[in-house]
Write a protein that binds this ligand. Structure first.
Ligand code: PBG
Length: 325
């Protein structure tokens, strides 16, 4: 049978029909909201390239986390930009450091909110790379994963509900799992940034997290945007090493990767709608070139349709609010 008996428009005739046959649903309970923490008190320093997003002192981060929770968002992801930056990433290893303090303060104020901690060296090192730098200027793998495991343990001790390594060193998931398990944190999940691409869309984030590399770029550890099979290899290795959730990042330009990963593994798949994806929509909306609400909901629905179970997005609290009205 074909047209005129077949008419696909029949089930699009009203919003009630459209809602009834909708294949993908966007809900606040699948959203995670990133927060940028800086030293100081009562500080909200707007990030120029990310309208509506600010660097927050710990007390303000607590308020922002509370507000996000009130809007229906179940979790936040903590990034810290400490003042102390050195070759060892000392601040990230310190129980009184900025990230650990923020994690503890938010858990204390919002015990039911999930607090994920981004685990990386770039925000706490003077060179801004995600691992240790060798004498010759290369990024060392095997010493870096030991430090990353120590950072993850520090955040787990501070109360993090999950640790999320974003460094892209080889073997870091296994190193973190071993360290957590041998120190009484066998129940802390690892959210692995498994397929993280060397993307131009991280630009605005680097302003917010003060993590621009002082020399070179991240292409010796983050993935080449042209590769898809390699993403599956990365993801399968991380699952093998013990990742509880795996992530694809960025999201919008990598929908094919999200789909392939979703079909290849049996753990939840997280997609990160990164800073550049956020800023593009904001910039166009500010100029009146695009309807912000419609565009945001469409991008997030597309990411869910591609196969993401969860989405990390700077729009999270706003979207949670939209979805309730
Ligand atoms: C750091 C890190 C980055 C992002 C998350 N963790 C930046 C980078 O790798 O340079 C990007 C997030 C965003 O752009 O929103 N390891």
């Amino acid at each position: 049978m074909g047209f005129p008996q077949v008419r696909t428009r029949r089930t699009r005739a009203s919003e009630t029909w459209r809602r009834l046959v909708r294949e993908t649903r966007l809900t606040p309970e699948g959203l995670i909201y990133p927060l940028f923490v800086v030293p100081g008190r009562a500080l909200r320093h707007p990030v120029t390239s990310m309208p509506g997003i600010a660097q927050l002192s710990v007390d303000e981060a607590v308020k922002e986390a509370r507000a996000a929770q009130a809007s229906g968002v179940p979790g936040v992801l903590i990034f810290a930009a400490p003042e102390r930056k050195d070759a060892r990433a000392s601040d990230a290893l310190d129980a009184q450091g900025l990230a650990a303090s923020a994690i503890a303060a938010i858990k204390d104020a919002c015990p039911k909110l999930l607090v994920w901690a981004d685990v990386c060296l770039c925000g706490a090192t003077d060179h801004g790379h995600c691992g240790h730098v060798s004498q010759s200027g290369t990024i060392e793998n095997d010493s870096s994963i030991e430090t990353l495991a120590d950072v993850a343990l520090n955040y787990a001790r501070a109360g993090a509900d999950a640790v999320a390594p974003s460094d892209m060193m080889d073997g870091r998931v296994a190193a973190i799992r071993t360290r957590l398990d041998s120190h009484g944190h066998a129940h802390t999940p690892i959210v692995s940034y498994a397929a993280k691409y060397a993307s131009s869309f991280y630009g605005p984030f680097r302003e917010a997290a003060e993590s621009t590399p002082a020399f070179g770029d991240r292409r010796s550890y983050q993935m080449d945007p042209a590769n898809a099979r390699e993403a599956l290899r990365e993801v399968l290795l991380d699952v093998e090493e013990g990742a509880d959730l795996v992530m694809v990042k960025p999201a919008g330009p990598y929908l094919d990767i999200i789909r392939q990963v979703r079909d290849a593994v049996h753990v939840p798949v997280v997609a990160y709608q990164v800073s550049g994806e956020f800023s593009l929509i904001k910039a166009a909306a500010e100029r009146g070139w695009i309807d912000e609400r419609a565009a945001v909901l469409e991008t997030l629905t597309g990411i869910r349709r591609a196969g993401a179970d969860l989405i990390i997005s700077y729009f999270a609290p706003q979207v949670a609010q939209w979805l309730r009205t």
